[in-house]
Design a binder for this molecule. Structure first.
Ligand code: F6R
Length: 261
């Protein structure tokens, strides 16, 4: 795992945007894995700016989102399809037909999950997967106890997640109880994983993910098994890491050999 510690969430988003934009420039038909939630909003704003101000071209980019609530229509304000349109897709020249968000309305959800995996495979696999981390350690909606070998699946949301996400709904009762999510193995299949976290509220779970044992109780800890996982943290999210001095030292040292990596 490469750990990058930034001053604050603005700098975290700058660094993430640098990596994603470089990837799209190097491979215009990049397959991007995307996340929703508050954490990647700054990254998406920077991608929009790169398109509007510098002409970054998304016309050949293909995207796959991690997850979607079950039984929330795509045009519902809180669906992840709406979120992606609002924060990214409506402001760049991506072909909407190339943007994929799991279908939470599918009547046969099991069959849909298998098809989503197939679609990712047919697109050539995900080049770079953007991730946030839930307070309970989830990646996508893979709550504690989800198999680390899981592929796209239907999950029951944990009470902490329902409580956390209720800030986007009128009340906790309105938060859907189920979601379709790429599995942990689907995420690990991406060629590169880019996990972002900011704020003190994420410090404990970030410690578990980066320095704790690999366990289904913190599904994000599976990233330790990925050969190209980059974790970008702000100072608060990094504040409980035991080896923080080493990560800072390594980050600086890497810059000296950056052109050879
Ligand atoms: C969203 C997703 C979730 C979020 C996580 C953190 O697509 O997959 O795993 O990344 O719940 O959410 P925020 O960023 O709102 O703290």
């Amino acid at each position: 795992m490469e750990i990058i510690i930034t001053k604050d969430s603005e700098e975290m988003s700058d660094k993430a945007a640098e990596i994603v934009i470089a990837q799209i420039k190097a491979k215009p038909d990049t397959v991007l894995g995307l996340a929703t939630g508050s954490t990647p909003e700054g990254l998406y704003a920077r991608m929009v700016r790169a398109h509007k101000e510098d002409g970054l071209d998304f016309s050949s980019v293909v995207t796959f989102n991690l997850d979607e609530y079950v039984d929330l229509a795509p045009d519902h304000e809180q669906s992840y399809r709406s979120f992606m349109n609002r924060h990214l897709f409506d402001h760049i020249n991506v072909n909407k037909e190339n943007t994929h968000v799991p279908d939470g309305l599918a009547t046969d959800l099991g069959e849909f999950c298998r098809r989503y995996e197939q679609m990712i495979c047919e697109a050539g696999g995900i080049d770079i997967q953007v991730l946030g981390i839930g307070r309970d350690g989830h990646l996508g909606f893979n709550e504690p106890g989800s198999s680390l070998a899981s592929l796209t699946q239907v999950v029951t949301l944990a009470p902490e997640t329902i409580e956390d996400n209720s800030r986007f709904f009128q009340s906790e009762e309105e938060v859907p109880r189920f979601a379709v999510t790429m599995g942990i193995q689907s995420i690990l299949n991406a060629r590169k994983c880019l996990m972002l976290a900011s704020g003190r509220g994420k410090a404990e779970v970030v410690k578990g993910c980066v320095e704790g044992p690999i366990t289904a109780m913190v599904t994000a800890s599976a990233l330790q098994m990925h050969t190209d996982a980059v974790v970008i943290l702000d100072e608060e999210a990094a504040s409980m890491l035991d080896r923080i001095d080493y990560y800072r030292w390594a980050q600086e040292a890497r810059q000296q050999v950056a052109d050879r990596l």
